[in-house]
Design a protein around this ligand. Structure first.
Ligand code: NDP
Length: 364
């Protein structure tokens, strides 16, 4: 009778291993509990790489956590440009896979070795593949608690892009008060956070954007000067704005279309922080080019290498979530889609139609 009831409710409690924690089992037996676990879930799956059309909305078995993992019932998924690289095959991934590197939700179940979390805890994470789904298994040491008072959508919106802005400004290059920074794609997800944080540090921010509407957003975020790089030559404009002196650092996520000109606007021994390739990858070049341009420094960093240890992840996540909770960092979450519309979300992101953060909602 009980098993039949479970099947009716599509709960998977009768599949649970013997070692499953009693509390999680109890939750799973209650179909009305918010963390009740269905045996199948909706997810996006990529079976071949390509355009947005390869993002297929499918039913998959709800995954079971390994001993060191937690099963997260996802309430909001962050969409990031890196998801495009994986979808296209620019970053390799074994097929088929569920894309997505960022989410927030509630712990539904924990593996037998997990002591730091329990079902019902509100958590967020980044940099673990598979978040375009209703559930995901995540190593427990990659999950951070969402502070009271901060909603899931905000947490999902800021984990990856916020921690990225944080390490880019504090660790890839240590931005100081009085520095001048050129920030490309300043009205994008990372861009709006970078501009705000750089402004708080006291740096002068020169921002590039493609449209007047995006210029307004970058200005509101704290940019001192705006360049419409689709209409103006950003190299000439940056030189003009700095009276020929050049900038201390360029934060370049656009890549192919901006990188080489960006080297021309750095003063000698300036820093090029190339952290993405929204327009395409930068082609190979001779290192002596950096000598010719003024003994420049170049880094091509990844967030993964700036949240290696649990301590570093906690420090960065707490800093960023704290800034959002206190209102110091403002989020722009204008583009929210049901999970089934992941294709449209990618089209909008790649089509330069979006500003700030894009979210997918898997239970809508
Ligand atoms: P964005 O919201 O910034 O979207 C990309 C933006 O890039 C567009 O809105 C557009 O702004 C600009 N852009 C310029 N040229 C193109 C083009 N040809 N096609 C598409 N977009 C273009 O995305 P995210 O905030 O998610 O990511 C920004 C970048 O940061 C990405 O390159 C991503 O890979 C990188 N990143 C790197 C990380 C790292 O650790 N290395 C971590 C997180 C993100 P506009 O219209 O104003 O030109």
């Amino acid at each position: 009778m009980l098993l039949a009831a479970h099947q009716d409710c599509k709960l998977r409690s009768h599949f649970f291993p013997l070692g499953m924690h009693g509390e999680a089992r109890a939750r799973a037996r209650n179909p009305f509990h918010p963390a009740a676990i269905e045996s199948t879930m909706k997810a996006i799956q990529v079976s071949r790489t390509g355009g947005p059309e390869v993002l297929q909305f499918v039913d998959l078995p709800t995954p079971q956590p390994q001993p060191n993992q937690a099963l997260v019932k996802i309430s909001a998924v962050g969409v990031n440009f890196v998801d495009v690289y994986f979808r296209e095959g620019r970053y390799p991934e074994k097929l088929p896979f569920t894309p997505g590197q960022e989410a927030a939700g509630v712990v539904a179940e924990v593996g037998k070795d997990v002591t730091s979390l329990k079902p019902g805890d509100r958590v967020a994470y980044s940099s673990v593949q598979g978040s375009y789904a209703q559930y995901a298994t995540v190593p427990a040491d990659r999950l951070v608690r969402i502070p009271d008072g901060l909603d899931d959508r905000s947490a999902a919106a800021v984990m990856l892009q916020g921690m990225t802005a944080h390490y880019l400004l504090h660790d890839s290059y240590s931005l100081r008060k009085g520095d001048t920074a050129l920030i490309h794609a300043a009205a994008g997800g990372v861009g709006l956070l970078l501009v705000q944080m750089a402004h708080h540090i006291g740096a002068r921010v020169i921002a590039t954007v493609s449209t007047d509407d995006k210029a307004k957003l970058a200005r509101e975020a704290g940019a001192d000067d705006i360049i419409l790089y689709t209409r103006q030559d950003f190299e000439a404009e940056t030189k003009r704005l700095t009276a020929g002196k050049g900038v201390d650092v360029v934060y370049d996520s656009v890549g192919k279309d901006t990188f080489f000109k960006g080297l021309n606007v750095l003063h000698p021994r300036g820093f090029m922080v190339l952290f993405g390739g929204s327009s395409g990858a930068v082609p190979p070049f001779e290192p002596t080019l950096l000598t010719q341009k003024g003994s420049l420094f170049l880094t091509r960093p990844s967030l993964n290498h700036y949240i290696i240890t649990r301590q570093e992840l906690e420090h960065r996540a707490e800093a960023v979530l704290g800034m959002v909770a206190s209102g110091k960092l403002k989020l722009r979450i204008e583009h929210v889609y049901p999970l089934a519309q992941a294709q449209q979300a990618h089209r909008d992101l790649e089509g330069r139609k979006t500003t700030g953060k894009l979210l997918l909602l898997p239970h809508d």
